[in-house]
Unconditional design. Structure first.
Length: 186
């Protein structure tokens, strides 16, 4: 049995720079933040959305709504009909307010930590559509590792990391893991 190799591909500084760049790109592409909302996919996507919301508030001088979506009932590796969409408002602080949130006519920016096959994003879009009809859905990811099984492409990418299917990407955030880093595991 061989030992796994862990290569740090983004440290705390790299993550911070990528998120700052993504925040600026979101503001530029949407010509501000009016009618925008950030939706993070549970678990690590919500931390990305909150951090980007903080940066956008610094840039624009006003807050952008943040929500969290639980895609568990929409995953294609689960039994159908195992639940309904849940999108809840999330404050930029560590605790969620838990109130229902509408995506109707909003420009939704969806956040996930790693984009791989695209199945998680498809499930999230299904959940969003069950909660209203957004004006548009844009996708922001910290890491795009390739190997798409569905025709899904991110609008905002922190880092492109071509990988083999045998490799893994492990994202750690201080909110849950006590450090910020992205590892490539071979």
């Amino acid at each position: 049995m061989t030992e796994q190799e862990h290569l740090v591909i983004m440290d705390e500084t790299g993550i911070r720079r990528a998120l700052t760049r993504i925040a600026h790109e979101i503001v530029e592409k949407n010509k501000g933040i009016d009618h925008c909302m950030l939706v993070g996919i549970r678990t690590r996507g919500i931390y990305l959305a909150r951090r980007i919301a903080e940066r956008i508030a610094e840039i624009e001088g006003k807050p952008v709504p943040v929500a969290e979506v639980d895609i568990t009932p929409y995953r294609d590796d689960r039994q159908p009909g195992s639940g309904a969409a849940t999108i809840t408002a999330a404050s930029t602080a560590a605790s969620d307010s838990g109130s229902a949130f509408s995506v109707q006519d909003k420009r939704v920016i969806l956040f996930d930590d790693v984009l791989y096959t695209g199945r998680t994003i498809r499930a999230a879009m299904d959940a969003l559509m069950d909660c209203g009809r957004p004006q548009s859905i844009q996708l922001a990811v910290l890491v795009d590792r390739g190997h798409r099984e569905l025709p899904i492409r991110p609008d905002y990418v922190g880092k492109n990391v071509p990988t083999s299917k045998q490799e893994q990407i492990d994202v750690s955030f201080t909110e849950v893991d006590e450090l910020d880093q992205v590892l490539l595991i071979r």
